[in-house]
Design a protein around this ligand. Structure first.
Ligand code: GUN
Length: 292
């Protein structure tokens, strides 16, 4: 069994990006600048955004964190987005999700200039993705493709089962892996909460992507020998034995599934760090575009 080491792979990618940043600086070109908007104090979102900002520092990007209170109005958030859209020094920015309930998420995502939408969430970028046109690919699916490619996991002709149809992961990844592309050309099945006989479907899969957000949902009896497992889940499960009072659990029961898998991502240290690396890669691409 081979661990698909997202931490190491993301560090390799960050090193590659840091080299590209040095090259830009040596030519007196613009330094990539990523901004992140965080609304409220959700613990997981704060952790993710801080990790994104820290990663920017490490590779030589400029970063800006716009930290707004939980009761921020939709209007105020949209004004902040408009400022970022019009700020020529910002190459790309993200609005961390989820947003508080009183804010219309779709309206906010639509307000982001598609050319600065390094999360790839704007309908223009999603539409371009489905048509195989150049665009920002959303970071988590992009990171999964990159991990499969760098570990040379064969996807061409493979039976892939994606569990979960979220706009951020399941839906885009299912489209990408069915396309004629690197880490693509797969026969993809999208399973979700209404799927019947899920176990029969997952037992036939060569690659399973678990992205449904239920801790340790996928168990060893649901998979075949030699399967490749991508675990996108990361849930805080209460655990009194841990200093923080919780542990991080994926959507996969690692112990039982790991015994049968040929490749598997750990949680933490699998898909999560890859998401950050690909967000940085998108920001570098945006900056290179602005430099030309
Ligand atoms: N919340 C969970 N994942 C993501 C992500 O990739 N981007 C943003 N903006 N919010 C998220």
């Amino acid at each position: 069994m081979t661990i698909l080491d997202g931490k190491k792979t993301s560090n390799d990618i960050k090193d590659e990006i840091a080299e590209a940043v040095k090259a830009l600086k040596s030519k007196s070109k613009k330094t990539p600048h990523l901004a992140a908007v965080l609304v409220g104090t959700d613990g997981a979102s704060m952790t993710y955004v801080n990790a994104k900002v820290k990663a920017c520092e490490r590779i030589g990007f400029n970063s800006t964190l716009i930290d707004l209170p939980e009761n921020t109005s939709e209007e105020n958030l949209l004004e902040n987005i408009e400022k970022l859209n019009n700020d020529n020094d910002i190459d790309g920015f993200i609005v961390q999700l989820p947003l508080p309930k009183h804010i219309d998420e779709q309206k906010v995502l639509m307000a982001v200039n598609p050319d600065k939408d390094v999360d790839g969430f704007h309908p223009i970028n999603v539409g371009k993705m489905t048509l195989d046109l150049p665009c920002f690919l959303s970071a988590t699916p992009f990171g999964i493709l990159e991990l499969l490619e760098r570990y040379k996991v064969e996807t061409s002709g493979a039976n892939v089962v994606v569990i979960g149809r979220s706009h951020i992961v399941g839906r885009p990844l299912s489209i990408l892996m069915s396309q004629k592309r690197k880490a693509g050309n797969a026969t993809v099945t999208v399973a979700h909460s209404r799927t019947k006989n899920l176990s029969e479907i997952t037992q036939k899969a060569d690659i399973i992507v678990a992205a449904l957000g239920i801790p340790e949902f996928l168990t060893g009896d649901m998979v075949k020998e030699g399967v490749t497992i991508i675990d996108v889940g990361i849930t805080r499960v209460p655990d009194e034995t841990k200093p923080r009072g919780y542990r991080l659990a994926g959507d996969v029961h690692f112990e039982s599934v790991g015994k049968k898998a040929s490749f598997i991502t750990p949680v933490p240290g699998g898909v999560g760090p890859m998401t950050i690396a690909m967000l940085l890669k998108n920001t570098l691409l945006a900056c290179q575009r602005n430099n030309n």
